[in-house]
Design a protein around this ligand. Structure first.
Ligand SMILES: [Zn+2]
Ligand SMILES: [Zn+2]
Length: 267
């Protein structure tokens, strides 16, 4: 029974009863406020839980049976659909996720940044990310930026970064600049390479959460493989690599990197 119904049902309403009804109604409002606060704090808790995600959670099916990837792109900088399909194939190859891997895409209007720092991307993630890891469902986040990474130079640009345990960003405008033109590598090839490379980092490659079986970490570029033909070679996330990709296949993981993944719960 709501407040108005209560009033009309009581013809001989005295002041005491009215006062009691108002107090009850106020209590209900307080109740709704408390519930809202609890819901907000749950959301925050999810972000915290997400920070404890480790590469093993991606690789193994022990804790998490499925993977949902939230992909947020700035309108006008949509992902290449073949590159996304290629990423899905790559993830199916390496991750034990018996209940499936899905990528959900959503466009946002441009935040109109001249460049992006990690802090700025984190703020966008906090605002726009909808899926967080829960129960047996692992979640990850990809942001497609419409401007360069803050550390990119004029000629040498960072094409992608892994900035959190389940978060990566692609600098789509930089990828566009170095692909698809005459004498340039195709967009599909470059975008697929960068996507796969950043997810390789989420899987703990090289030696960043997934231990080495044999020594193959590049001593000059930590977190990367020393094999120039491997997907996890340091240069693959930089624009200088785009030229080298011309006429080559999309790089894949070498034996050393695959061995590391398999020793940490991967396929
Ligand atoms: Zn890298
Ligand atoms: Zn490798």
């Amino acid at each position: 029974m709501n407040f108005l119904a209560k009033l009309s049902n009581q013809n001989l309403l005295n002041d005491v009863n009215l006062e009691r009804t108002i107090i009850m109604s106020n209590m209900r409002i307080v109740g709704i406020l408390v519930l809202t606060l609890v819901l907000i704090s749950c959301k925050k808790k999810n972000i915290k839980e997400n920070e404890t995600i480790v590469p093993f959670d991606f690789l193994s099916g022990q804790t998490y049976k499925s993977l949902t990837i939230d992909l947020v792109f700035v309108e006008g900088f949509e992902p290449n659909s073949t590159a996304i399909a290629n990423l899905e194939v790559f993830l199916e190859q390496r991750l034990n996720k018996p209940e499936g891997i899905s990528i959900i895409q959503r466009g946002i209007t441009s935040p109109e940044e001249e460049t992006y720092s990690v802090q700025e991307i984190e703020a966008i993630e906090k605002d726009k990310r909808k899926n967080y890891t829960k129960k047996e469902e692992l979640a990850a986040f990809i942001f497609y930026a419409d401007a360069d990474y803050v550390e990119s130079g004029e000629d040498s640009k960072v094409l992608g970064i892994k900035y959190g345990p389940s978060s990566v960003a692609l600098f789509k405008s930089s990828i566009d600049q170095f692909s698809g033109g005459i004498g340039q590598v195709s967009e599909v090839k470059l975008e697929t390479t960068v996507l796969k490379h950043e997810f390789g980092h989420l899987m703990g490659l090289v030696n960043i959460g997934t231990d080495l079986v044999n020594t193959h970490e590049d001593s000059d570029h930590s977190g990367h493989c020393d094999n120039p033909d491997c997907l996890m070679y340091y240069a693959t996330e930089n624009s200088s690599f785009a030229e080298l990709l011309l006429g080559e296949d999309i790089p894949d993981l070498d034996e050393q990197c695959i061995q590391d993944l398999q020793a940490n719960g991967g396929k």
